[in-house]
Write a protein that binds this ligand. Structure first.
Ligand code: SF4
Length: 353
């Protein structure tokens, strides 16, 4: 299989007991059947402790959290399963986090979730533009019914999307505006390989980019610059903690413009763009990327720390399939139309509304 990972992937090491926001808490820790069988076979006090911590939620085996933390964690924040039985004994969820792999037939792409403090630090502290490393492993391709032409279009167009977003000669808000226009054109013609290639070539051309930005500025954008639609959308989601809804209430419209937010945009593009291979909805994926960056930019204003804001957003939105579904479908609503989002990006936005 062809593998792809971010260039900092090998630098990641779990902070374990030194982690300021351990992943062994807050959310349900699902235990897969193979791990459940291993846990059932552990003798002695540790085995009894593990089995006492297990429960069933919606037909799945999970660890029961105590005071928002995995009950197995020791006082110094270490996992006794790792300490006594080794990492390989862990459930798939615990063993792989924060690594998330998406498989598209013969391509496996793995990212480190920004919900993890160390993964967030590696991504958001760096200055150099994010790149990805392609390799191969021994795994055979997974059977699939994906449209090979569409996957190809998405892979090529994602490279253009990366290049647009990483062009530091213009403000990030302008780059995101170009990304939205590019995605909309692709979305309208995703079944036409030749046209999609032409769009990619056009959006790689600095003169065309400049003309496109001029066109965007001439648009009569009727929508208000209110951040309320985004706040309403986030409030309508399921919440993991009371901290998130409280932060949503304090959100203000801000113009995203930092290297950290550029890295975050590329992160979301890497994770979500190819998902259009299953649905064909390229617009939904691109708009969800831009809306997520706007949300993290706004949360950063209140929290004063982009890593904290990205971690919070990722935990609450990116790690919930139902929230992700809600986010993507909302991108078809008029309040998240291309012009509504361009309006958020291309005008001088006051820091408080
Ligand atoms: S959140 Fe990241 S650094 Fe912290 S315990 Fe989990 S994997 Fe390790």
């Amino acid at each position: 299989m062809v593998t792809r990972t971010p260039d900092y992937y090998a630098d990641f090491h779990c902070l374990a007991g030194g982690c300021p926001d351990t992943c062994c808490g807050q959310w349900e820790i699902v235990v897969d059947p193979a791990a459940k069988a291993r846990y059932d076979s552990v003798p002695g006090p540790l085995g009894e402790q593990i089995r006492a911590a297990l429960t069933t939620v919606d037909g799945e085996d999970c660890m029961v959290l105590v005071n928002g933390r995995c009950p197995l964690l020791t006082a110094d924040g270490l996992c006794p399963i790792v300490a006594q039985l080794g990492e390989d004994f862990l459930s798939t969820t615990c063993h792989t986090h924060p690594r998330f792999t998406e498989i598209y037939g013969g391509l496996a792409e793995t990212m480190l979730s920004v919900s993890c403090p160390e993964a967030a630090r590696l991504l958001l502290e760096r200055e150099a533009p994010l790149t990805f490393i392609t390799g191969t492993d021994e795994q055979p391709p997974e059977p699939n019914d994906l449209d090979g032409t569409l996957v190809h279009i998405l892979l090529e167009s994602r490279e253009t999307a990366f290049a647009l977003v990483q062009d530091r000669s213009r403000p990030l808000a302008d780059r995101l505006a170009l990304l939205l226009c590019f995605a909309q054109r692709l979305d309208q013609h995703y079944d036409n390989d030749r046209l999609c290639r032409q769009f990619s070539a056009l959006y790689c051309d600095p003169n065309y980019q400049q003309r496109q930005l001029a066109r965007i500025r001439r648009l009569r954008l009727p929508h208000s610059r209110s951040i309320h639609p985004l706040q309403e959308l986030l409030q309508s989601m399921e919440h993991l903690s009371a901290q998130f809804p409280a932060q949503i209430d304090r959100m203000k419209a801000v113009s995203p413009n930092s290297i950290a937010l550029e890295q975050l945009t590329v992160y979301f593009l890497f994770r979500w763009w190819l998902k259009a291979a299953c649905s064909g909805y390229i617009w939904r994926q691109a708009a969800a990327v831009v809306v997520s960056v706007l949300a993290v930019a706004s949360l950063t204003e209140n929290l004063g720390d982009v890593q904290l804001a990205a971690r919070l957003y990722s935990k609450e939105v990116e790690h919930s399939e139902s929230n992700l579904d809600l986010l993507r479908k909302a991108m078809d609503l008029p309040q998240f139309s291309r012009n509504a989002l361009l309006n958020q990006l291309t005008q001088e936005v006051p820091h408080a509304i």
